[in-house]
Design a protein around this ligand. Structure first.
Ligand code: SAH
Length: 344
């Protein structure tokens, strides 16, 4: 069986070539691209200025990615929404919409499941299933924007999956998301979070993208990191930090270190000291996240007082510290838990 063209994963040039290859006039590419990536059409039927013949030809020969909302939880406190999407092959992924003063932020997944195995994370428990296509990453945002009727201004790739483990699709997704022919989201409003795949961090530095990179550090020493993040067996903590500093130098973009505080595991005074030694204090930004406990593991969040103590210590050393604001507390459950509930 011939595989169908994944039309929503084609960038503008590729779509133009495809349209030419089926003998259609070039302006059709622009119309189609706008229907898909600006008007966020959910299907070909709604593309009213495209002829019926072309629409039916396209539905036969292409795959039109249009994620179905399988479940949605809405927070009564702050309007946060958690979406569970069904993909065309029956797999599910989660995305989250968060409302901030500066606009709407959507957190998307980059893979079905994850192979990184971080001990505190729910997304990794059932392992890795497959990578998401550029269209499946884009459509999490499109589907949410279509559902709420609101414009999305920020995108964070911090849902299920390791984005740099799906590198080519991720980069294509970012270029399409920030393309002037599409939603035209500013590169500066896109954040990618990684557990630290060094070769891919080096590649990303050469892409000339003004995105924000975040490193999930979560520990201050190799011995401690390896206990909670198996990826540390492959990439040593000091090598990762060096790669990050190189990335900052090469791109001129400051990265954020994410540090999940786990009670008795990485939240002591000594941990704060080690962290200062590891990162230095020159223009370092650390985002502290009290761990969101998952049922399958014994980890508990640090107490409010130890979080504040940890923060103070870092700040005394001129490190810029933020504490991740809790969103949608009433629809709680860490990343990946809605999907897990659905699978089980
Ligand atoms: N794989 C990427 C992106 C997905 S995870 C990464 O590692 O960065 C997004 C962020 O959520 C990471 O910082 C991750 O460590 C954190 N995270 C995962 N499970 C968590 C939990 N139970 N509580 C708090 N943060 C968690």
């Amino acid at each position: 069986m011939e595989t169908k063209t994944d039309i929503k994963s084609l960038n503008f040039d590729e779509l133009s070539q495809y349209i030419e290859s089926i003998g259609e006039k070039n302006f059709r590419a622009k119309q189609l691209y706008e229907w898909m990536h600006i008007h966020l059409a959910r299907d070909y039927e709604s593309m009213t200025n495209i002829s019926k013949d072309l629409r039916s030809m396209l539905s036969q020969n292409t795959e039109y990615t249009s994620l179905k909302i399988a479940d949605m939880l809405k927070s009564a406190i702050d309007g946060t929404r958690k979406y569970l999407f069904k993909l065309s092959d029956g797999n599910c992924v989660e995305s989250v919409l968060m409302r901030y003063k500066h606009g709407i932020s959507v957190c998307i997944s980059s893979q079905v499941g994850c192979k990184m195995g971080c001990r505190f994370c729910a997304s990794t428990i059932d392992g890795w299933v497959r990578n998401l296509t550029p269209a499946e990453m884009l459509d999490q945002i499109y589907s949410i924007s279509y559902d709420t009727g609101e414009r999305v201004s920020n995108v964070v790739v911090m849902g299920t999956g390791e984005p740099l483990d799906n590198y080519d699709n991720l980069v294509k997704f970012i270029r399409m998301l920030t393309d002037e022919h599409g939603l035209n989201i500013s590169e500066r409003n896109v954040t990618v979070s990684t557990c630290g795949l060094i070769p891919k961090i080096n590649d990303l530095a050469k892409e000339d993208l003004n995105i924000t990179l975040a490193l999930s550090l979560h520990a201050s020493t190799q011995a401690k990191r390896v206990k909670i993040m198996p990826i540390a067996n492959t990439y040593e903590i000091t090598d990762v930090v060096r790669a990050i500093k190189d990335y900052e130098r090469a791109t001129g973009r400051r990265i954020t270190y994410e540090y999940t505080l786990i009670k008795g595991v990485n939240d002591t005074d000594e941990d704060a000291d080690e962290l200062i030694r590891l990162l230095g204090t020159k223009s370092v930004h650390i985002n502290l996240i009290p761990v969101n406990p998952i049922n399958e593991r014994k980890y508990k969040a640090s107490s409010k007082s130890s979080v504040l103590k940890f923060k103070k210590k870092l700040e005394k050393n001129a490190i810029n510290v933020t504490i991740r604001r809790e969103m949608g507390r009433d629809i709680d459950g860490a990343c990946g838990q809605l999907r897990r509930k659905h699978i089980n």
